[in-house]
Design a binder for this molecule. Sequence first.
Ligand SMILES: Nc1ncnc2c1ncn2[C@@H]1O[C@H](COP(=O)(O)OP(=O)(O)OP(=O)(O)O)[C@@H](O)[C@H]1O
Ligand code: SF4
Ligand SMILES: [Mg+2]
Length: 335
Amino acid sequence: MTLRTPLLRVRDLTVEFRLESGPPARALESVSFDVYPGETLGLVGESGCGKSTTLMALMRLLPVSGRIATGQAWFEGETGLHDLFALNDAQMRRVRWREIAIAFQSAMNALNPVETVGDQIREAIQLHEAVDRATADKRVAALFDLVGIARNRINDYPHQFSGGMRQRAMIAMALACKPKVLFADEPTTALDVMVQAQVLDLLKRIQRELGLGVVLVTHDLGVVAETCDRVIVLYGGRIAEAGTTDSVFNRANHPYTQRLLEAFPDVALSSERLVSIPGAPPRLNALTPGCRFAPRCHKAFEPCRSEVPAFWSVPGSDPEHVAACHLLDPRWEGR
Ligand SMILES: Nc1ncnc2c1ncn2[C@@H]1O[C@H](COP(=O)(O)OP(=O)(O)OP(=O)(O)O)[C@@H](O)[C@H]1O
Ligand code: SF4
Ligand SMILES: [Mg+2]
């Protein structure tokens, strides 16, 4: 058991999207995790498994059709852990960017094309903090240094930057108000391999320097292996397996994680996107009982289609390593 205090604690987060007709889509169910200072937590899984929904729910930026059905979240504020979901909109605006910030996949969409990058970052600072222009300008220059962009590019427009520089600028923007937690949703997916590696190195360095907690969403298990201390594997909105990256990758116990890793044989070297595994993810508005992976699982047996599997420790692994699979349930041992 760890005695560290998390920067962010999430418990039983369940998110639903209203659809035009029929029952809502349950995009996330009972998701729990902690984010600690100075660590990178990876969120992985196929498209539609709920990675972005997790981040957007915690930023309280879900579209109007989405709602947090149940769950709690606390972030570390000045006086200990604060209830994130109890904040009103004005309080949440203060928490966003100052406590938790997000960097998206597409820097081009996040940056305003008709304003210089420097001005945008300065405005972000001045919007959230009562600092004069000269102080804000100094902060912008320091942020450019931090993300490795020459200061003489401060007055450039986004289109004058390369893809990698725009992604660095977006990271600078996300860090403008000194958050403790950074969410990065596929921050390097649009970049070529070399630039991707540079941006990931940058994230790692910044995270160490600033003691940030980073939640990194990615399709790429190679990126997880390189970057993440711990990893959560999501399937159909539920956590399938979670633990230290080393343990999950070397002693994967959930058949879905095993399939993911098989589809990605050389995790340490590969930079390819995840290849899909046979079958399709569940329809979230017509969920069947039991394990969500059952229709695709080559190891499914009697209880899988009727009972939701509990989380079980993975034998011989670190205690944090858990998998939600009936195969680990002592009731079914030796079946
Ligand atoms: N606005 C919405 N209305 C209805 N359903 C939605 C909405 N946004 C997301 N969903 C559903 O929620 C599920 C989770 O979506 P989410 O975007 O979190 O997936 P993801 O893991 O980030 O996928 P990707 O890797 O493609 O970015 C999906 O099945 C999606 O269909
Ligand atoms: S609970 Fe059953 S269906 Fe689900 S992953 Fe385990 S064996 Fe497969
Ligand atoms: Mg996404």
